[in-house]
Design a protein around this ligand. Structure first.
Ligand code: FAD
Ligand code: ZN
Length: 261
């Protein structure tokens, strides 16, 4: 108060400051309100931890006024295998089938199968793609890997030389949110499974970054089957908390030192 008497101008300045901070809050909300999120979700059981993590994300984004699309791969009976059936038109070379070359051509001609076209549209519209899955053999479950194999077609997700920082999906963000069987300690540098970042290299760098995505730090929910209910609730809360400010996050520096140093 003494300070305000000495500097009466400050009243006005404080009002300006208040107005500015309200403006920042409103503009932040405005900025995230129109955002579009795609959750690519791979779990067979809605009551699973992965199911709960997916639901938490849907809740938070809907509260933010974002639109959320979900590709629930098991419910969709999504086909994991990359085959000739993915091309509905004539093949360029039926004598020697090359999946990559044929799907690239089919993408250009608009003759990929309906299932792939639908998923590509969802990716195209999304600002952020979240991959929600249980870790299977240090990687994605087959159904999700199949989604990647079939949806991230050359010409759509990447081309040459449009890879990594020039990948065709470079305006988008990606996050891997996954659960593990192993504990955090097992996935440490000196643990039996080695640093979790070693296995993130093919998934985050080899796939997401290759296609141009800006990669946000992964959300790892360690060993939910082996912790108590309180710990699981905390994992869900920390995901919800993180998602509240997800649009302000900076991507990781997705280069070898992040993974291997
Ligand atoms: C083929 C295969 C390969 C695998 N490879 C690996 C591997 O390489 N490395 C590795 O570490 N692990 C591996 N695993 C283990 C796997 O990653 C874990 O089993 C999985 O991540 C656990 O997640 P979940 O969602 O399936 O758990 P769930 O068993 O579905 O859930 C765990 C617990 O959370 C509870 N829960 C759900 N929702 C809530 C809620 N809202 N609040 C409180 N509790 C809740 C459930 O009731 C349950 O008790 C593998 C598993 C398989 C089948
Ligand atoms: Zn990278």
């Amino acid at each position: 108060m003494q300070f305000l008497k000495l500097f009466p101008e400050t009243h006005r300045n404080l009002d300006c400051l208040k107005a500015a901070s309200i403006y920042v809050v409103i503009s932040k909300e405005y900025a995230m309100a129109g955002k579009k999120v795609l959750i690519v979700y791979a779990h067979q059981e809605p009551k699973s931890m992965n199911g709960s993590l997916k639901n938490v994300a849907v809740d938070v984004f809907q509260k933010q006024g974002c639109s959320v699309d979900i590709s629930d791969l098991y419910s969709m009976n999504f086909i994991a295998a990359a085959t000739r059936n993915d091309i509905t038109g004539e093949l360029c070379n039926p004598q020697h089938f090359r999946y990559g070359a044929e799907t690239m051509e089919a993408f250009k001609k608009g003759v990929l199968c309906e299932e792939i076209i639908k998923e590509q549209k969802k990716v195209q519209e999304a600002d952020l793609v979240i991959f929600q899955f249980p870790l299977y053999w240090f990687s994605f479950p087959a159904i999700m890997k199949g989604w990647i194999d079939r949806v991230f077609v050359q010409g759509f997700a990447f081309d040459f030389p449009s890879i990594y920082y020039n990948g065709l999906l470079k305006e988008k963000l990606a996050i891997l949110s996954f659960t593990t069987g192993g504990t955090e300690e097992m996935f440490s540098k000196n643990g039996v499974s080695g640093d979790i970042r070693y296995l993130l290299w093919p998934m985050q760098h080899g796939i997401m970054h290759f296609c141009g995505f800006k990669v946000l730090a992964p959300q790892i929910s360690y060993a939910p089957e082996y912790t108590g209910d309180k710990e699981r609730k905390d994992m869900l809360l920390s995901w919800a908390k993180r998602l509240e400010t997800i649009w302000e996050e900076q991507p990781i520096e997705c280069t070898p030192p992040w993974y291997f140093q």
